[in-house]
Design a protein around this ligand. Structure first.
Ligand code: FRU
Length: 330
């Protein structure tokens, strides 16, 4: 066979192979062919006002950038359940391929999540839960465990300090959001090992720094002896420190705990390093994992586990520097 005929034949074979591959292979993550089918993902965020939620959105966006075949639309419910129901309704009617939701409160969001799921839209619930089981999977850390670890830390610390009684004030998260209940219940289990630990005041500040400052001021004024301040998140722990300053209360001998431990200059790990918070717990946002699971669900048709539980870590001044580096703090 003449040489040019051979080359021609080889080219035909090569292009036939490429066409076959293109029609059978799912788009390769990070390397989608131009014009590949986009998967449209709706991300319904409870609010964009808190740094931890911005971190979650940023992680989702960064992970999605590795998947050019994904197009993620973010909505901000501004801590308003009705708004979040509307946001999800709109995602359903616009026909998204997958829904990610971090629900503001469980009960008000349960029906609309079930509606999306019943329509066959895969639903990944992140961090806060909904009721029942009408969703594809939940990803988040174990808030009961985190609360229990915080309680055990307090129980041990109070004993070591010979504080009997050992008076605790608690700043709680939004009542209808599952982490608030779980962090509160777990904490109570943890302190039960030391009967001298007493919760003398507990107020709901909805996770929000600005709401927690005046509440903490009032609690400090009403309680002459406060040995421990437990904030259900770092912003509320920080709010108590601000409140103490406002009412000229020295927290030098008070243990202050928070949860979140964002590896950012204003986050909880740096707060521990600056001797403001004494203890915090890593509460991963799950943003990266949500996109990784979205890819498996949409592209390889994997049936995910119903729950993916993310790791936490206890942070004190002893390990804060190492953990800041580990989580890529900057
Ligand atoms: C942000 C936040 C975090 C907290 C989480 C619980 O909205 O309050 O600080 O860890 O939500 O869902």
């Amino acid at each position: 066979m003449p040489r040019h005929r051979l080359i021609y034949l080889a080219l035909i074979l090569l292009s036939a192979t490429l066409v076959a591959c293109g029609s059978t292979q799912p788009p390769t993550p990070g390397n989608a062919p131009a014009g590949a089918k986009k998967f449209r993902i709706g991300m319904s965020q409870a609010n964009n006002a808190e740094p931890w939620r911005i971190a979650m959105n940023d992680q989702i966006a960064a992970a999605a950038a590795q998947h050019p075949e994904f197009e993620v639309t973010f909505t901000d419910a501004k801590q308003n359940n009705a708004q979040q129901v509307t946001d999800v309704e709109q995602f359903i009617s616009s026909g998204v391929d997958l829904l990610i939701i971090s629900p503001n409160e469980a009960t008000p969001l349960t029906n609309v999540v079930a509606k999306a799921y019943d329509k066959g839209i895969p639903v990944i619930v992140l961090d806060r839960k909904v009721n029942g089981d009408k969703y594809t999977m939940w990803i988040g850390a174990d808030n009961k465990l985190i609360g229990r670890k915080a309680g055990e830390y307090v129980a041990t610390w109070c004993k070591a300090q010979n504080h009997a009684p050992c008076s605790v004030i608690e700043l709680r998260g939004l009542e209808g959001s599952t982490p608030a209940l779980e962090r509160g219940d777990g904490f109570r289990e943890g302190i039960a090992t030391n009967p001298d630990v007493k919760i003398v005041a507990s107020q709901n500040a909805d996770w929000v720094y600005e709401k927690a400052v005046p509440l903490a001021e009032a609690m400090l004024k009403a309680n002459a002896a406060v040995d421990v301040i437990y904030g259900h998140n770092d912003p509320m722990g920080e709010a108590a420190i601000t409140a103490a300053k406002n009412v000229a209360r020295d927290l030098g001998k008070t243990l202050v705990l928070g949860i979140d431990a964002l590896p950012t200059p204003d986050g909880g790990i740096q707060s521990v390093l600056k001797n403001r918070l004494n203890v915090t717990y890593v509460y991963p946002t799950g943003g990266t994992q949500a996109i990784e699971w979205a890819a498996k669900i949409l592209e390889t048709k994997t049936t995910p586990p119903k729950e993916v539980v993310l790791e936490t870590e206890e942070i004190t001044s002893a390990n804060a520097t190492a953990i800041y580096q580990k989580y890529g703090g900057k």
